[in-house]
Design a binder for this molecule. Structure first.
Ligand code: SF4
Ligand code: SF4
Length: 346
């Protein structure tokens, strides 16, 4: 990894350069919540003044810029006894600035499934390749447990990664295009003082993380598969699916076909779905493999913390706690994990 430092005004100049050639997506303050805390979302911006890199978290993750809620996979035209299919992957290059380490780790998890497994998605890959990613370090967010799942730091999956050193950023460079981009503005080699300041900043961030001991979670989940904990939390679940929509790693989807009334055109559409919604596991003939909310909630947690870890060697969850914040029933991973641990020690 190469390192440089760049003054903040120079980095802003870099964003300005990208604004002229890319769609720039950044954390933008959009409102305040009922406690007066700022609410942020990743949104397209047209000037630096709209960007707030000091945000705590966003309601939705940046997943939507790689896995949109709804996308057209292909369109068909039927004419004169023949048919034609059109598939589009092209998109305007994007510059996504301000991703926290947990959200970059989330993209690395999605890469494993959607870019490197048996059935890579060309739609996802084209968005991933066309997106220049700038990450940034931050103080731990309220309720987050990224450190417990090993997602509080990141060493790849980005082009540039910033650590705030007051008047300047300490920049980790992880790609050729990151290196070339940074050279378009004034930056300099790191000094011994920069290194010291960076290590100090990282140590401060690490100190702010709350401990959530979740080692051995996959085995605990296997042991507690029939635990009453699932029924207790399942009784609260509304089956609304909000948790999966805000989650940066949930990728389950359905496919539907829209056909024109005269049967000359159609579109095949992919729509993100949630395993907590009632008909997720319903099959032809009406049988539902997971008809009750407790089973569906359990399934989501087993996929996040058990099944994914078995297939890809780490949990799918990156500890952002967006699902916990979005859930109107107050269901959140730290509390469920704590209850399972208490159940296991009875
Ligand atoms: S856990 Fe919460 S957010 Fe998820 S489906 Fe249940 S009620 Fe909705
Ligand atoms: S399961 Fe919840 S805490 Fe884990 S990555 Fe998804 S939204 Fe974040």
């Amino acid at each position: 990894m190469l390192f440089r430092t760049v003054l903040k005004e120079e980095f802003n100049r870099l964003i300005d350069i990208f604004l002229s050639s890319h769609e720039v997506i950044a954390p933008k303050r959009i409102d305040v919540d009922r406690d007066g805390k700022p609410v942020h979302q990743f949104l397209p911006v047209s000037s630096i003044d709209e960007i707030d890199l000091g945000y705590e978290t966003t309601e939705y993750s940046a997943k939507t810029y790689f896995l949109p809620f709804k996308e057209t996979l292909s369109s068909f035209c039927y004419e004169d006894g023949d048919w034609e299919q059109e598939i589009k992957y092209r998109l305007m290059p994007r510059f996504l600035v301000g991703l926290h380490p947990c959200d970059i780790n989330a993209l690395l998890k999605l890469d494993k499934v959607l870019a490197r497994d048996y059935f890579p998605s060309p739609y996802y890959i084209s968005r991933r390749k066309n997106t220049f990613i700038v990450g940034i370090d931050h103080e731990p967010c309220e309720g987050g447990f990224c450190r417990a799942v090993g997602a509080d730091t990141v060493t790849h999956g980005f082009d540039l990664f910033l650590t705030d050193l007051g008047d300047r950023y300490f920049v980790a460079i992880n790609s050729d295009r990151g290196y070339n981009a940074l050279n378009r503005v004034q930056c300099r080699e790191v000094t011994e003082q920069d290194n010291q300041d960076y290590l100090h900043a990282r140590a401060q961030i690490a100190q702010g993380h709350k401990d959530l001991p979740i080692h051995n979670l996959p085995n605990l989940m296997d042991i507690e598969f029939e635990s009453p904990v699932w029924d207790q939390w399942g009784a609260k679940c509304l089956g609304c699916g909000s948790c999966a929509q805000v989650c940066p790693t949930c990728y389950c989807y359905g496919v539907k076909e829209d056909v024109s009334m005269d049967h000359t055109r159609s579109e095949k559409k992919k729509i993100l779905y949630s395993c907590c919604i009632k008909d997720f596991a319903e099959v032809a003939g009406g049988h539902n493999f997971r008809p009750d909310r407790a089973t569906r909630l359990k399934y989501r947690y087993y996929h996040q913390h058990r099944g994914f870890a078995e297939s890809y060697e780490s949990p799918m969850c990156v500890g952002c706690n967006r699902c916990g914040r979005a859930c109107l029933a107050g269901i959140n991973p730290p509390d469920i994990i704590r209850d399972l641990q208490e159940e296991g020690t009875v």
